[in-house]
Design a protein around this ligand. Structure first.
Ligand code: SAM
Ligand code: SF4
Length: 340
């Protein structure tokens, strides 16, 4: 059962659902090893048109969605993304529209995105070591991504860096001289620049299953050991599950998104729309509602959204993924097809 009261949508576990991630393409100009490794072929099928996505977003806002994150694939690869964001921003009831991007095309589109009214940008950046980033993404992109980071900050838009640390095992990832430098270099970005550097734990989705990644609980211990005066920042930084910390003398903050070590399902406020119109109530499960056949009628779309919310599980089951206890219900698609 779900309750829609006034302008709130509350699921059967009492969670307010007000945030929707909207993927506008499955395509990408990079090949991050844990998301879309070289040789991966794009999922078949056309994405929804912008008009179709807009109708779903309008229906979602009527149900209670207030915050939209545009994602992909790489959303800035799709023509017309800024104009689409401008249309989203005009929907009455929308509070914020933000985007997550690998940053490669961001400088080129920044003015248009700001004109469209974009409220914030997340830039994925896993390492500040040029060769290492090339090894992760398959392309030499450090310079263009850093230009996008600094240009965005200069424009006073809210900037967050998202880093997924990759490595063979936790201890090694955090302690070997190379990796130790890697997370610390990322943290140091926040020293002089007012942005949030966030570490996202690797989730066993798609190709992410082949990586152990690094646990944020351990990384937080290292952060505290390395910097004096690290303190939890109680200020709200957005609509997501990140937990932030301040460091004396730093203009920015350091955040942790810990789906694995810090299971935040009890406060999960989100649903996900894939580029081909499938609405997923939880990242971990295959389950969801295909909204494509419902696109003729706004009332049908709203019913589809409510059905998806009613399916939203109490929590993810990533810890069972390796045992494949329930392979029929677990999400097998790579992250690029979902949007993160
Ligand atoms: N291309 C855009 C980007 O890179 O920000 C948007 C799509 S990407 C799928 C969204 C986010 O998902 C990125 O920050 C990426 O690092 C993250 N991601 C991909 N696979 C992941 C995994 N298995 N576990 C955790 N995060 C993952
Ligand atoms: Fe592309 Fe983003 Fe996936 Fe990297 S994480 S392959 S940039 S969609």
């Amino acid at each position: 059962m779900i309750i829609i009261t006034g302008d709130l949508m509350i699921d059967q576990y009492g969670r307010t659902i007000d945030y929707m991630r909207v993927s506008i393409t499955n395509r990408c100009n990079l090949r991050c090893i844990y998301c879309m490794p070289p040789g991966f072929s794009f999922p078949a099928g056309d994405p929804l048109s912008y008009q179709e996505i807009l109708r779903i977003c309008e229906a979602a806002v009527e149900c209670g969605i207030r915050f939209i994150k545009i994602t992909g694939g790489e959303p800035l690869l799709r023509d017309g993304c800024p104009a689409f964001i401008a249309r989203l921003k005009k929907i009455a009831g929308i509070e914020k529209v933000t985007i997550t991007t690998n940053g490669v095309l961001l400088t080129k589109h920044l003015d248009a995105l700001l004109d469209a009214g974009l409220d914030g940008v997340n830039i994925s950046l896993d390492s500040l070591d040029r060769e290492r980033l090339k090894g992760i993404t398959s392309f030499d992109v450090l310079e263009s991504v850093m230009e996008a980071v600094y240009e965005s900050v200069k424009q006073h838009i809210n900037v967050k860096i998202n880093a997924v640390l990759t490595g063979a095992d936790q201890e090694r990832v955090l302690l070997t001289p190379g990796m130790r430098r890697e997370w610390k270099e990322l943290v140091e970005l926040a020293r002089h620049v007012p942005l949030g550097v966030r570490f996202i734990e690797m989730m066993p989705i798609g190709y992410g299953r082949s990586f152990t990644g690094s646990g944020n609980d351990m990384l937080l211990d290292y952060l505290k050991a390395e910097y004096a005066g690290v303190e939890r920042d109680e200020q709200r930084h957005g609509q997501g599950p990140a937990v932030y910390y301040t460091i004396p003398g730093f203009k920015g903050t350091v955040g942790f998104i810990s789906a694995m070590s810090g299971r935040f399902c009890a406060v999960c406020n989100r649903i996900r729309l894939t580029a081909d119109g499938f609405l997923k109530p939880c990242l971990c499960y295959k389950e969801g509602i295909d909204l494509k056949p419902m696109l003729q009628q706004d009332e049908e779309i709203k019913r589809g959204i409510e059905q998806a919310i009613a399916m939203k599980p109490y929590s993810h089951c990533f810890d069972r993924v390796q045992d494949a206890e329930e392979p029929h219900v677990l999400e097998q698609d790579p992250m690029i097809a979902i949007g993160g």
